[in-house]
Ligand binder design. Structure first.
Ligand SMILES: *Cc1c(COP(=O)(O)O)cnc(C)c1O
Ligand SMILES: [Zn+2]
Length: 420
């Protein structure tokens, strides 16, 4: 490794706390296997000498790489050319009023190059893969991490092999084919695709981007959390709502808050609310029953929100800590509530989300109903993916609220009749 990672002090196992030097850390702790996910540690004094709210205010880099001194990459590393990050965070006063919540913002990750937050992690994966001279990169995915790795790879000509469940939405699979990935549609669910991808990566020596395995993915995803803080003028919100499948995004948002507290950019972390679909509620179950996620058995997941469908959340240790360490909570929302939230959020903010993105808003509705957030709170909803990713679900959602187009002749009279 020629380029300097002097600000990274080590990678720490989330199970045993052993620290490994960045230069020779593997993906996971050798003593704890796939449970032994590593967490990247920084020399915050060194980081603080390179980046601050003031330096950021003067930065012209409107991508996730504006936070480069706080990311596990060399300061001069080449990054993929696609514009990842710095997505807008919109204030939505009509939604706030309807919810009885002080202020509400929606961060629109649907505007990323491949239309989901996953681009942040995949951009990071490509930089790390280049660092080790990887010939092939691979991931398993419910669809969005795949599309992200595929698109980012296309932008730099990186060979890649993608594993998705056969049931992945058509739009997501089509993205992979357009970008020219080698695509394996696995007869089985995400968890089956994941296990096969892990085996293949090991067998063929491919660079492994898998969520909840590759420790650098959280670091890419945390840039969404850093942006929330910066876009709110470093006045931390009271709560952030995040939908949760594997738990890597919520872990990343938490990491952003921990970084910002360590650097004294904010005083304390917002409460982080993890939202799961009722049919994929492993972490809600564990949270409610106080179960240890290291030993809790997988569930059998099934939800309309395909991006958050996971039998066993791969990043569950970080995901649980994100909620328990910030005084947040885990909430479950039904598929009907998710589909109901989709047009409500679209109409109240202009942000059209796929079901997994709308799930975070459904969680806010549930939290407002139960008084967990209220008129004194400033709240951010992370809308993680674009509504165009899953048109069949969007059609279900608008049909459920009885929205139909007018069918008319091309005459003014026909229009006048229809408008009556
Ligand atoms: C991946 C994804 C999520 C969930 O992220 P995890 O890290 O798996 O918890 C939520 N929404 C969308 C749109 C996603 O693509
Ligand atoms: Zn360990």
């Amino acid at each position: 490794m020629s380029q300097s990672l002097d600000h990274v002090t080590g990678l720490v196992c989330v199970v045993c706390g052993t620290s490994y030097p960045a230069a020779d850390a593997g993906y996971v702790c050798p003593d704890h296997g796939t449970e032994g996910i590593l967490d990247v540690q920084y020399d915050y004094d060194l980081v603080a000498s390179r980046i601050s709210p003031q330096s950021l205010a003067a930065s012209h880099d409107t991508t996730m790489w504006r936070y480069r001194p706080l990311l596990p990459v060399a300061q001069d590393a080449a990054v993929p050319p696609l514009t990842v990050g710095w997505t807008p965070t919109y204030e939505t006063p009509r939604l706030a009023r309807d919810l009885g919540v002080g202020r509400v913002w929606v961060k629109d990750e649907g505007r990323q190059p491949t239309a989901s937050l996953k681009d942040r992690a995949s951009a990071m994966a490509l930089v790390k893969a280049a660092e080790v001279g990887a010939e092939v990169v691979t991931t398993a995915s419910t669809g969005n991490a795949a599309a992200a790795l595929s698109g980012l790879s296309a932008s730099v000509g990186q060979k890649n092999v993608i594993f998705v469940p056969e049931s992945a939405p058509e739009a997501k699979v089509t993205q992979l084919l357009a970008y020219g990935s080698t695509v394996a549609l696995v007869k089985g669910n995400y968890d089956a695709a994941f296990d096969l991808c892990m085996e293949a990566a090991e067998e063929f020596g491919w660079y492994n981007r898998n969520t909840g395995f590759n420790p650098y993915m959280t670091e890419g995803k945390k840039t969404a959390g850093l942006e929330i803080l910066e876009q709110l003028g470093w006045e931390a919100p009271d709560a952030i709502f995040v939908s949760v499948g594997d738990g890597s995004i919520i872990g990343g948002v938490h990491k952003a808050m921990k970084d910002a507290v360590a650097l004294e950019w904010i005083e304390h972390s917002p409460r982080i609310f993890g939202i799961q679909a009722a049919g994929s509620d492993y972490l809600v179950q564990a949270f409610e029953a106080g179960e240890d996620v290291l030993t809790k058995a997988p569930i059998s997941a099934d939800t309309v929100a395909d991006s958050i469908s996971a039998d066993l959340p791969r990043d569950r240790i970080k995901a649980m800590a994100a909620v328990t360490e910030t005084d947040g909570t885990y909430l479950r929302v039904s598929d009907d509530e998710i589909l109901a939230a989709l047009p409500i959020m679209a109409r109240g903010s202009g942000v059209f989300a796929e079901p997994a993105g709308a799930a975070a808003y459904a969680g806010l509705v549930a939290a407002a109903d139960s008084g967990r957030v209220g008129s004194g709170d400033r709240v951010v909803v992370l809308s993680t993916g674009n509504g165009l990713k899953d048109i069949p679900s969007a059609i279900k959602a608008v049909t459920a609220v009885g929205t139909e187009p007018m069918h008319i002749l091309p005459t003014l009279n026909s229009l006048i009749d229809a408008l009556k």
